[in-house]
Design a binder for this molecule. Structure first.
Ligand code: DQA
Length: 166
């Protein structure tokens, strides 16, 4: 937010906080709108709005602004990622099943400038063989899997310290 330093009625500490507020986008792919109805042994029992509320609270605590997006259409996710370029500081993404085969999502992510954290609620390393493969992993800065909703909290914390260090 440029120009805050020229606003003496805003305390200098507050102005510094506002000027440095980073924005992160939290992206969810196919079937994640069905959280709360999917197998709770893998995905827990929170609904997507409940999960987003939790993420937002942690982001706010750490001074990060966040926005959320979910779709069941691969091309829509590609377009959303493309639209973020240049306008966002970091991304958290759980592409759902697209994780395992979507080179289109992988290639779109590759064009983003900031750090990207890949998150999975379930432990994809220790389920079916086909879930062990992630085609987006190599374009992400960090991956968290198998920690349920806490994985998203860890992702927000990881990004907060990463963005602060930049
Ligand atoms: C998931 C794991 C994927 O294998 C699965 O297709 C999902 C969710 C997870 O959060 O654990 O939809 O990404």
């Amino acid at each position: 937010m440029p120009g805050l330093s020229r606003m003496p009625w805003i305390g200098s500490q507050k102005a510094a906080e506002m000027e440095s507020e980073n924005e992160i986008a939290i992206l969810h792919g196919c079937n994640l709108n069905m959280l709360g109805r999917r197998d709770s042994r893998h995905y827990g029992s929170l609904t997507l709005p409940e999960l987003e509320e939790m993420i937002e609270a942690e982001a706010a605590r750490l001074g990060l602004k966040c926005s959320f997006f979910q779709t069941n259409h691969e091309g829509e996710l590609v377009e959303k990622i493309q639209s973020l370029s240049g306008g966002i500081d970091a991304v958290i993404i759980n592409p759902g099943a697209w994780t395992h085969y979507s080179y289109a999502i992988r290639d779109a992510l590759e064009l983003l400038e900031g750090p990207i954290v890949e998150v999975h609620l379930s432990d994809i390393e220790n389920r079916e063989d086909w879930r062990r493969r992630s085609v987006v992993r190599e374009v992400c800065s960090h991956m968290i899997s198998g920690k349920g909703p806490d994985g998203y909290i860890e992702a927000v914390q990881w990004l907060a310290s990463e963005l602060q260090a930049r």
